[in-house]
Design a protein around this ligand. Structure first.
Ligand code: NAG
Ligand code: NAG
Ligand code: NAG
Ligand code: NAG
Length: 322
């Protein structure tokens, strides 16, 4: 934020709020209000050393206090960056708005207008400029400020974010193989103090097993055409200094295995298979049925503590004679 203070010498702050309270509402079409806003903006642009001039977008509030031969104008305005550079001798009234990515500003000012001579004296002016803070990626669609906007999935800005998300998934999940991104299908971003990203992408198993390659690197591990596929819905926060934080993952393989859940156990996990075997034997030996039972399908297996495995299973009668 940039503050420009033209003059504090005779500010209406010094005159006191009681003074401004004695003002009357002024019509925004009042020629004196326009004169005051014009003079204030010229003075703002003149004081600006670099960049582009600002143009008046609208006056949002105006009050006046009349004295003999002169009138005090207090107003608030919104200004926008234009295509004209500063110090080029062009009056802001001849300049067009900068279409996209232009900065916006809000000003409040107190200007004294001489009714006869139309000469303005700027008592105070305070403008705050909102920089349009976005890293250079192409916005596909810009619906509103502060909302999530779709961004180009080919944007280079997304590469380190996606890579960090894949690394985290491979670290926390329990699949025997590392996975890698197959296709980024959707990316959207919200400008906050920093950026929130929502990403959707397809993933695929690579030829790197975690036992042989504790660390996943895209250089060593390629997508395995016979491997499993999956989908990820990921949200990431990136700080204004571009630090990647708060990666939240929701990644599942097409078989429903959660690839980002530290508790999830693979159905083919040898430890799990061994437990199921023990469990079935125990079940059958403690039973007076004339048939043996075996596990038909493991629906989901999670591990909460190192040696306690919770399994949900359906067992069906298999028709084996005891
Ligand atoms: C200028 O505007 C800023 C932000 O609106 C405000 O915090 C500050 O007090 C103002 N300064 C003066 C001198 O009015
Ligand atoms: C990636 O996804 C997009 C959109 O779903 C699709 O058009 C494109 O063909 C896909 N690319 C690959 C390499 O699968
Ligand atoms: C994975 O496949 C790629 C390409 O076929 C190969 O270069 C790489 O060495 C393989 N990695 C492993 C760990 O087998
Ligand atoms: C199994 O059979 C034995 C002897 O026939 C009987 O005592 C026991 O109660 C039965 N157990 C069950 C669980 O039916």
């Amino acid at each position: 934020m940039q503050l420009l203070l033209i003059s504090l010498l005779c500010s209406f702050c010094l005159l006191g709020s009681g003074n401004q309270a004695s003002t009357d509402e002024a019509d925004c079409d009042d020629p004196n209000v326009f004169l005051a806003a014009d003079a204030a903006l010229r003075s703002y642009n003149d004081a600006k050393e670099v960049g582009n001039q600002f143009v008046l977008y609208r006056i949002t509030e105006a009050r006046k206090k009349e004295e003999t031969g002169r009138v005090h104008i207090f107003f608030k305005s919104e200004i926008k960056e234009s295509v004209c550079q500063v110090k080029n001798g062009i009056n802001w009234q001849q300049c067009a708005f900068k279409e996209n990515e232009g900065d916006n500003g809000e000003c409040s000012a107190h200007v004294l207008v001489n009714v006869e001579s139309k000469v303005c004296e700027i008592y105070t002016q305070n403008c705050s400029i909102r920089k349009v803070l976005e890293p250079p990626v192409t916005a596909v669609e810009h619906t509103c400020l502060g909302c999530f906007n779709l961004i180009d999935t080919n944007s280079e800005t997304l590469l380190p974010i996606v890579r960090s998300a894949i690394k985290k998934m491979n670290r926390v999940g329990n699949h025997k193989f590392h996975f890698d991104i197959e296709n980024l299908t959707k990316a959207e971003r919200q400008v906050v103090s920093g950026w929130n990203y929502n990403l959707q992408y397809k993933i695929q198993q690579t030829n790197c097993s975690k036992s042989l390659f504790p660390e996943w690197t895209p250089e060593e591990c390629s997508l395995d055409q016979n491997g499993q596929h999956g989908d990820c819905f990921t949200s990431v926060f990136v700080t204004p200094n571009e630090e990647i934080r708060d990666i939240r993952l929701d990644c599942h393989s097409s078989t429903g295995f959660c690839l980002s859940c530290p508790d999830e156990v693979e159905k083919e996990d040898p430890e799990l298979l061994n437990l199921i075997k023990q469990f079935t034997e125990e079940y059958n030996s403690n039973n007076n049925h004339t048939h043996l039972y075996e596990v038909n399908e493991v629906q989901k297996a999670t591990r909460k503590l190192r040696f306690s495995i919770h399994i949900c299973l359906t067992s069906t009668y298999t028709g084996l004679l005891r």
